[in-house]
Design a protein around this ligand. Sequence first.
Ligand code: PLP
Length: 394
Amino acid sequence: MAEDPNTWEVETRLVRGGMARTPYGEMSEALFLTQSFAYDSAEAADRRFSGEDPGFIYQRFGNPTTSIFEDRLALLEGAEQCRATASGMAAVQMALMGLLRAGDHLVAGRALFGSCRWIVSELLPRFGVETTYVDATDLSAWRNAVRPNTKAFLVETPANPLLEITDIAAVAQVAKDAGAKLVVDNVFATPVFQKPLALGADVVVYSATKHIDGQGRVLGGAILGGAELMTEAYKDLLRHTGPALSPFNAWVLLKGLETLELRVRRQTENAAKVAEALAGHGKTQQLVWCGRHDHPQAEVIARQMSGGGNVLAFDLGSRDVAWRFLNALEIVDISNNLGDAKSMATHPSTTTHRSMPEAERIEIGLTEGWVRMSVGLEGAGDLVRDVSRALDAA
Ligand SMILES: *Cc1c(COP(=O)(O)O)cnc(C)c1O
């Protein structure tokens, strides 16, 4: 092929990146639902296992459909390599396991997705890894947390559920000075609006379950980074521990990637309109959306994100009002997922963040009046009407 995919526009990368056709010339990527592969001869098997012949061996190691998904996502991200995983949590877990061993120290932003917090607080200590949690918006906190044995930084930005922003380039520099690798969970921004690797991060992780599927069907995840680190830290770990993405799910996610940019942009336009309606309503005490000038870190957002995304959070003052709002919604569902075509809203302190001790919830500012909303692809007028009516009723 004469065209270099690395010169393609985002939309072209999403539709055609990684395309590898079989001799049938199919238009839609082939789904290879196969566990293993046959070799023409014992000699051929020998060459395959030695790595001299780069073909496929076993689904846990790699699969042609999964590999198209990995190559397409890597091309979108601008990463040398991508490894797909069975879920976002498998990606986060493996991203950390590959960088840390007993005696090492991790620094993590304190506003983390619930299961990520469990891994960091409950699982890693069993294997001798200690963690210091920091206010991820405070650069000096990252600096002060560094110890001689700090090997990795973990941050989610925008963070769930209150959309706090971490200055990726600045924290990447602190990590670099400390000799630690920076892992960024880029789910909320999506690969369309934020490129952590270009800002200096070493590893990016996704839950592909969210915007990449975008239609609420399958779980999936991905780890992306430079070829050397991906090989050193992750190749053997992923092969031998088995968090492989199912080729069926890879195929679904591939088709999701084709429309990712379109969907995320429309969701963001809808989010802007819903945010406007919420901000103008007397029951809203505070509203946070990364696309608004009144976001507390709008200046950092302008430097590192090219769009506000589809998630917003707002404080209705008390659990009663928040629950009455949720119960009065007619179009928007009460659900804890995000990035779906269907809009949904959730009450984080009793759902996604209920396992976080109350003191820690207060520390990140998550009081009981907060509602998180993932804005979908319905008509903006219908969404604004639904949200406004539910606010009136609350
Ligand atoms: C959903 C989510 C995860 C976990 O992904 P799963 O696919 O559900 O395992 C991790 N991080 C963030 C920020 C998420 O939103």
